[in-house]
Design a protein around this ligand. Structure first.
Ligand code: HEC
Length: 115
């Protein structure tokens, strides 16, 4: 039964290897969150008004309960975006009608530019 012992020894060797190997572990430094078109005035208006609490813009923000808005300009027209922000906000989102006309326009410009 030497063959059996050999197999056992082999199994033990293989089983023992591979344990405790560390692949470096540790978190990689995360890239800072970055909004697309971050230098547009509307990007800071979005930040100031808390849009990032419910929406993602690129790697910035939180992806719930609102959709990812990274390419919202490709999906919705300016008019649709403006309507969502003012007269017809979706369920779960407040209206931003109270923004000044200039801020609202900058915000809509910014969202429409995200393609
Ligand atoms: C309290 C959470 C919340 C906040 C804050 C919020 N939203 Fe929303 N938003 C939602 C939800 C929920 C929807 C509906 C689901 C969806 O379409 O993303 C939505 C929908 C939208 C839509 C329509 C998206 C689509 O694909 O049809 C736009 C545009 C939008 N939000 C823009 C904004 C902007 C700009 C701000 C900041 C001024 C903002 N939202 C703030 C929750 C929020």
């Amino acid at each position: 039964m030497a063959r059996r012992a050999l197999l056992l020894a082999l199994a033990l060797t293989v089983g023992g290897a591979g344990c405790g190997g560390s692949d470096g572990g540790g978190a990689e430094p995360a890239a800072p969150p970055q909004m697309p078109g971050a230098r547009a005035p509307g990007a800071s208006i979005a930040q100031q008004n808390g849009c990032l609490a419910c929406h993602t813009f690129g790697s910035a923000g939180r992806d719930a309960p609102g959709n990812d808005l990274t390419r919202v300009g490709a999906r919705l027209s300016r008019a649709e975006i403006e309507r969502a922000l003012t007269t017809d906000p979706p369920e779960g989102m407040q209206s931003y009608e109270h923004l000044s006309g200039g801020d609202l326009r900058a915000l809509v410009d910014y969202l429409a530019s995200l393609r």
